[in-house]
Design a protein around this ligand. Structure first.
Ligand SMILES: [Zn+2]
Length: 300
């Protein structure tokens, strides 16, 4: 007879449940971000998004094994965690989230699952502390440098013996981010001043706009949400009046409302990446260059 107050039995059931959850996790990992072979020597890093996972891999290099909770191509704002996510977090040596209205809703899950001796990094913490509420800071590569500084400090905190390697990886990646910033500016610099209008689905490009002198308009707020057909028609009317040739849809938010309204208005719908990487665009730097090239191609 099953008696839940039998301590030995409930201990065995707990162990069985934990094993099942590990199996679920293992099969989930097989198809998602954790493509590296498991290694007992590597530092286990868990991030909320694939974008943060890419940053962590660049600073951690060969010393880390990184797993992202949100699967490739999925929307972080509406992410729903599974029991496998709790297991992944509980095994982490370092947990990295963005912070703010991007993934703050996962804090209770993280706090409830993370082990006491793990290190916790909220990558946007210094930027959020400055009072800015739009959590999509990485759209400005200068702010991404702050993210990787926080990740570097977290890695050194979790694994002080390899501090010099993390610092060296950070220095190399920071140079690439500075070059990225320059490459974006020169690519989209080909777009005339009047056409520096980025019209997107959700409001994720404010930091991009202030960095490169663009104006952005979005159909829905920065925390995602439902699109109103009235708002789409209103914005597309404005787009047509101003002679802007394209608006930009994000792969994780494909919207029939937007596609249909754009077709009616004779406006092209380009593609732009905001929060989510996918199988086509797998790194932060590739994502930013993809966006810059698409903007330059469709708007100039
Ligand atoms: Zn977003």
């Amino acid at each position: 007879m099953l008696r839940w107050n039998n301590p030995l039995l409930s201990k065995r059931i707990s162990a069985l449940l934990a094993a099942i959850m590990l199996l679920v996790l293992a099969s989930a990992c097989g198809s998602s971000q954790a493509t590296e072979p498991p290694s007992g020597n590597r530092l286990a890093v868990v991030t909320t998004t694939a974008l943060l996972a890419d940053l962590a891999r660049n600073v951690g290099g060969e010393l880390v094994q990184v797993t992202a909770l949100v699967p490739p191509g999925a929307d972080v704002h509406s992410f729903q965690s599974t029991p496998g996510d709790s297991v992944a977090i509980s095994l982490a040596d370092l947990m990295v989230s963005n912070g703010g209205d991007l993934d703050r809703f996962l804090d209770p899950l993280i706090q409830g699952s993370l082990s006491d001796d793990a290190v916790r990094v909220v990558a946007a913490r210094p930027l959020l502390a400055a009072g800015n509420t739009d959590p999509h800071f990485w759209q400005n590569p200068e702010f991404t440098v702050t993210y990787v500084e926080e990740i570097r400090d977290g890695l050194i905190n979790a694994d002080p013996g390899n501090a010099a390697t993390y610092q060296a990886n950070f220095d190399t990646y920071k140079d690439r981010l500075i070059k990225l910033d320059f490459d974006i500016a020169s690519t989209i610099g080909r777009v005339g001043q009047a056409r520096r209008r980025l019209i997107t689905f959700h409001d994720a490009f404010g930091h991009f706009a202030s960095r490169y002198g663009w104006k952005v308009t979005a159909f829905v707020a920065s925390d995602g949400g439902e699109v109103s057909p009235g708002r789409v028609v209103e914005i597309l009317e404005e787009v047509r009046e101003q002679g802007i040739p394209a608006v930009f849809a994000e792969p994780q938010f494909r919207s029939d409302v937007l596609d249909n309204a754009a077709q009616e208005a004779g406006v092209e719908v380009g593609s732009i990446y905001s929060d989510a990487l996918d199988d086509d665009v797998t790194s932060y730097i590739d994502m930013m260059l993809f966006n810059a090239k698409n903007l330059a191609r469709l708007l100039r």
